[in-house]
Design a protein. Structure first.
Length: 247
């Protein structure tokens, strides 16, 4: 049903994209033909989070996107976390069996449902030499994740990501220390002015563990103050540059 002229037409439209707007339109059109209302193509950086100047192509509702950013949901979004663990498309229904969902993550899914993002399929995108990415197809209703559908979404997402990379010219940064996911999460929340107790509550970690991750992150950069760690991580794009303006 999905493989053949139908899919080739979708891919042809993607390959004709000359801007992020036209690419978004092509991906959204393809998503609609596959039974989904929304699509979000996101390059995570070297972490399963939205890195500064990340490649993002989406037609998600603007209200949801604004709330997502303002409430720092990118710090603990389980969709990104699972996309780092798998090399195949997965439905959102699979997520609870792969990672433990905490209250903030359950609340995030609840907020998504309010905006018509109730069911989804995410395609992890691992291109050699590029930071990891994912492409999510979301709908307000259940879309059966058949093998044919998953295969089609995988192809669409791969073509979309490769086209996005052609259109995207990120500023090249000098190679530097790389923070682990947990180190970057803690550093991001430090930049947001959170205490160790608050960070632990958000991430489900003990206070001593939070201090450990922050300490190791400072050692990686050879700095002795948290403010210096935040500054260096911001410069390297390992956490959002906009965090200082988001409170």
């Amino acid at each position: 049903m999905f493989i053949g002229p139908h899919l080739r037409d979708i891919l042809s439209q993607i390959l004709k994209a000359t801007s992020f707007d036209s690419l978004c339109e092509s991906l959204a059109r393809g998503a609609k033909q596959m039974g989904f209302d929304h699509v979000a193509l996101v390059q995570h950086g070297n972490l399963p989070r939205l890195a500064e100047r990340a490649l993002v192509v989406t037609n998600y509702p603007a209200e949801f996107i604004n709330s997502y950013i303002e409430n720092h949901h990118y710090v603990f979004d389980p969709v990104y976390e699972v996309s780092e663990l798998l090399d195949r498309p997965f439905s959102w229904d699979e997520i609870p069996a792969i990672v433990s969902l905490r209250e903030p993550q359950l609340a995030l899914f609840g907020a998504a449902r309010v905006h018509g993002l109730s069911h989804g399929v995410t395609v992890p995108l691992h291109v050699p030499g590029e930071p990891r990415a994912s492409c999510t197809f979301a709908a307000s209703r259940v879309v059966e994740a058949t093998p044919d559908l998953l295969a089609a979404l995988h192809v669409i997402a791969s073509f979309g990501f490769n086209m996005a990379l052609r259109l995207y010219q990120p500023a090249r940064r000098n190679a530097g220390p790389k923070l682990t996911r947990r180190e970057a999460e803690c550093t991001t929340l430090v930049a947001l002015g959170k205490t160790d107790w608050e960070i632990g509550k958000i991430l489900g970690l003990g206070g001593a563990t939070v201090k450990y991750f922050i300490s190791v992150a400072m050692q990686r950069y050879g700095v002795y103050k948290r403010s210096a760690l935040v500054a260096r991580a911001l410069m390297d794009g390992q956490i959002l540059r906009e965090v200082n303006d988001s409170e």
